[in-house]
Design a protein around this ligand. Structure first.
Ligand code: GLC
Length: 555
């Protein structure tokens, strides 16, 4: 566990005692293919079950995992069966996942984004995307196959070392690629790699999330295998420092959040997320915490450790205070005065109450809350984004109360956020004039499609992880049931369209790898919650202050 300042003993990065917290699964002598595993919740000890389940979640969790039967699960018999015998989709998913493997000189180094032969346009879906590989990597780690993850981490680290240019402009040294492609030359019998750091991507935006996912994955690998040697290599230490140097440098910032261009993350087209998007802030926070656990406190690492600790402190305060919205906060903002000057201002960012969109008044339940999409001067993007909110729970950026409130909101706005296919990437969609202005008339991002309120099955793993962490596996169970009723039949689409997510997306790829892997990870997490430790961080008690809901705007 982290020390008083969140700092850890130099020599014990990811100390074994910390590993013990989560990696009991290591001791279980896991079979090669998870579908053979027969252990149910009931057979596991309580200490195992408490893994990743916060104080708040434990009660709830125990009641759903009562010894002697699975009657605690309020789900149909068909899903209770899943704990005993695997759903037929699981075997299909593994087969499809293995088909998507990419090899470099005979070594598996990643998975391609989609294996869709029927699609006329390949675009870049035949590449290994860093963010897309994360659920694949977790599936392999959970299945006791860490080699591919190690290969991927090393390969992308090498790519980070390349000189990157867009026209005549040189990109920061630490930038990680959005994707890479292996080219096989059958004549010369040689493999080469091309990578895209934003210079080929539509819109020419560099992926800010790639570096963060890389750090998060390095920790997941370390945590899952107990192999500290990879993270300890000078190459990995340098790779981390280079990524961190990009986002911890001083500039003109007045906020600890990270300023980003539109399209710099999973939402990689213009969708009005420029500024301080929640997805990036949550990943930034999580990556900082993961790096803190893995960085050596040597001459080069020490300075970064200090900067991380300070940034984490400020970032958690800022996010928990200014990005948080619940019924009370909304009411406070609604009544804001404007044009307040000096440090006594309540309405610090001068948000004009008239800019609050109509929909949010109906959407906000009496119980529940969420981190809004963006906060900057006179601008609050009230949209709800799935990834940022789930990652905020996993990283413990959200306080335990906030985490519970996010789950409350998902439950009470189930039809809007989950509907018939988990999970909306964001809510609500933007349309008409607003769509024209915000997206630049993007025909792929029409209302309730793709990034604009589309439903993305990949998000199922994040939802499931968040559910387990907050002690509410029954929510994940319901979501997985929905996915199981459609995904295989529809050939694992990339996304679904429509207000309820009932239609296979207009331009959705089939056999989208992260939809497949996301499903597998969700299943494995639910079956064996001890996997959660790979992608979850416990609350750092030093990360004060814990701001009470509703009071944050006045303190
Ligand atoms: C689309 C998505 C992006 C994903 C890529 C490959 O561009 O917006 O998030 O990484 O496809 O699947």
């Amino acid at each position: 566990m982290d020390g008083p300042t969140g700092l850890r003993n130099v020599s014990s990065i990811c100390s074994i005692s910390e590993m013990d917290d989560y990696d009991l699964s290591k001791l279980l002598n896991k079979p090669k293919l998870n579908i053979e595993r027969q252990r149910s919740f009931d057979e596991r000890s309580l200490s195992e079950l408490s893994i990743g389940v916060t104080r708040l979640g434990l009660d709830n969790y125990e009641s759903t995992c009562s010894p002697g039967g699975r009657s605690g699960f309020d789900t149909p018999a068909s899903s209770a069966r899943n704990s005993f015998e695997p759903h037929p989709m699981v075997a299909e998913a593994w087969e499809a996942l293995r088909r998507s493997l990419v090899f470099f000189r005979q070594q598996p180094v990643g998975t391609i984004a989609a294996y869709d032969h029927a699609s006329e346009e390949v675009l870049n879906y035949d590449q290994v995307f860093v963010r897309d590989f994360v659920p694949s990597a977790l599936a392999f780690l959970m299945n006791g196959e860490p080699e591919i993850v190690k290969n991927f981490l090393l390969k992308t680290l090498q790519l980070q070392g390349w000189e990157k240019r867009i026209d005549r402009f040189k990109l920061g040294e630490g930038a990680m690629p959005a994707s890479f492609k292996v080219l096989h030359d059958p004549v010369r019998k040689s493999d080469t790699i091309i990578a895209d750091f934003g210079e080929s991507a539509i819109g020419r935006v560099a992926p800010v999330d790639s570096g963060f996912w890389w750090i998060i994955l390095l920790r997941a690998y370390t945590k899952s295998t107990g192999d500290l040697s990879l993270a300890e290599t000078s190459e990995c230490q340098k790779g981390m420092r280079l990524i961190l140097a990009l986002c911890l440098s001083e500039g003109f910032d007045t906020f600890p959040t990270l300023l980003c261009a539109d399209g710099c993350s999973m939402i990689d087209r213009r969708m009005g997320i420029y500024g301080y998007p929640i997805e990036i802030q949550a990943l930034f926070f999580m990556a900082l915490r993961c790096a803190l656990a893995m960085l050596k406190h040597d001459a080069e690492g020490k300075e970064f450790v200090e900067r991380i600790v300070k940034r984490l402190h400020a970032l958690s305060y800022h996010m928990r205070s200014y990005f948080w919205l619940d019924f009370q906060q909304l009411n406070d903002i609604y009544r804001y005065k404007t044009e307040e000057y000096s440090h006594t201002a309540v309405n610090k960012f001068n948000v004009i109450p008239d800019s609050i969109p109509e929909w949010v008044f109906d959407f906000m339940p009496t119980r529940g809350g969420y981190f809004i999409g963006n906060v900057s001067p006179a601008r609050m993007d009230f949209r709800w984004f799935a990834l940022g909110n789930c990652v905020a729970i996993l990283a413990s950026l959200a306080t335990p109360e906030q985490s519970m409130a996010i789950m409350d909101l998902i439950e009470s706005r189930w039809e809007e956020l989950v509907g018939e296919m988990p999970l909306k990437i964001c809510y609500p969609a933007i349309e008409s004039h607003e769509w024209r202005i915000v997206t630049g008339c993007d025909p792929k991002n029409t209302r309730w499609s793709y990034h604009n309120g589309g439903s993305w099955p990949v998000l199922l793993w994040l939802l499931t992880a968040a559910c387990i962490k907050t002690g509410r596996p029954q929510i994940a169970r319901k979501a997985i049931d929905l996915a199981e009723s459609r995904m295989l039949k529809d050939s694992w689409p990339e996304y679904y369209d429509g207000k309820l997510g009932r239609y296979v997306g207009k331009q959705a790829r089939k056999y989208q790898t992260w939809s497949i892997a996301g499903y597998l990870v969700a299943k494995m997490l639910l079956e064996d919650p001890s996997h959660l430790g790979m992608i979850s961080l416990e609350e750092d008690k030093q990360m004060k202050p814990v701001i009470k809901r509703s009071s944050s705007w006045t303190c």
